[in-house]
Design a protein around this ligand. Structure first.
Ligand SMILES: Cc1ncc(COP(=O)(O)O)c(C=O)c1O
Length: 336
């Protein structure tokens, strides 16, 4: 194994790996498995808590008392940071991008409940995020606090450690179930989860493709971003033998109109999977990636493999924030 930084145990781990047999039978392709990282916690559901286990350990080790972070108005990362900040007795300040009037639901509601300080920035101001972050860091320092800035999505050289750890879990899951998945599939939003899985699969000799379905931006952007997250992690561990990292694979054609908005087909997939498997996806991340995965199964991309694994990275509160867009299912349940 390799050197890993210190960690605070904040997530409910290991999460289960479960087969989706009714869905697999319907599609007639590879057996589809789901890694239930939506079960990492109740309020802290999803992938962010795995990253924050390492980032918040750094906050503790550096004796900081205030965390500042940023994201969209319905950021899962900000909600998880706000909850864990409260859990650890830290002051939390969120810089949130406000694209349209905030409706106080979903992640935003939970963040407010925890008492996080919130600053709303419109699109123009959010494009100057670095400046705002520096100003708030100075503001807290001037007041005698010890502030710490966490980048978007917790995707940095510490955050990627969360999914290096998750890869160790996956190696055990695959061994226990006697499977060698052809692909591990996930939603990619800021790149840190995929960077961690790529490093982790290299370190744990998992011979699967890691395919990120972009929920915004495009393939070139994410290849670059993930490569730089990987390089940042490697630089911090220069004295250790670098792992053989699998190719960065990004599919960007199922991201829909823009970040946070999805095609009606994604809502249909969310309803189908809820009815067929009792698994709740979200329209911002996992629903888009799951929809893309199903389309790629239909196109024959996975015809030659026996098993594929979808990493469920959470997002339930984002679904609740869009509940008005999910119409009751028009198709009778028995048709699914
Ligand atoms: C529910 C959910 N899934 C997936 C992702 C993507 O993870 P990453 O930002 O590490 O690419 C995020 C955050 O961006 C998320 O909140």
């Amino acid at each position: 194994m390799t050197f890993m930084p210190s960690k605070i145990e904040l997530a409910q781990l290991p999460t289960p790996l479960q087969p989706m047999d009714r869905l697999s039978e319907r599609y007639g392709g590879p057996r589809i498995w789901i890694k239930r990282d939506d079960l990492t916690g109740c309020g802290t559901t999803g992938n962010k808590v795995r990253k924050l286990e390492f980032i918040l350990a750094d906050v503790r080790d550096k004796r900081r008392d205030t965390v500042i972070t940023c994201g969209g108005i319905q950021s899962n990362h900000c909600r998880a940071t706000a909850i864990l900040g409260a859990q650890l007795g830290l002051k939390t300040h969120l810089l949130l991008r406000l694209d349209s009037p905030a409706d106080n639901s979903g992640n935003l509601f939970i963040s407010k409940l925890t008492g996080a300080e919130i600053t709303y920035l419109d699109k123009a101001e959010y494009s100057k995020l670095d400046i705002h972050a520096k100003e708030w860091l100075k503001h807290y320092s001037d007041l005698g606090h010890q502030p710490y800035f966490i980048p978007t999505g917790g995707s940095d050289s510490l955050g990627v450690c969360g999914y290096i750890n998750a890869s160790a879990e996956l190696a055990i899951d695959f061994n226990e179930n006697q499977i060698t998945p052809g692909a591990i599939i996930l939603a990619t939003g800021s790149g840190g989860t995929q960077a961690g899985l790529l490093l982790g699969c290299g370190l744990h000799s998992i011979d699967s493709q890691i395919i990120g379905f972009a929920v915004c931006d495009d393939e070139a952007y994410f290849k670059n971003k993930i490569q730089s997250d990987i390089q940042a992690w490697l630089r911090c561990r220069r004295s250790y033998e670098p792992p053989k990292v699998p190719e960065i694979l990004i599919i960007d054609k199922y991201k829909g109109p823009r970040y946070g908005a999805c095609l009606p087909e994604v809502y249909d997939v969310i309803k189908t999977i809820a009815r067929l498997e009792g698994i709740i996806l979200d329209p911002v991340y996992t629903g888009k990636a799951f929809y893309g995965m199903l389309r790629e199964i239909e196109r024959g991309r996975f015809d030659s493999v026996s098993d594929i694994v979808f990493v469920h990275t959470g997002g339930l509160f984002g679904l609740l924030a869009q509940s008005g867009s999910v119409q009751p299912c028009r198709i009778p349940a028995e048709r699914f």
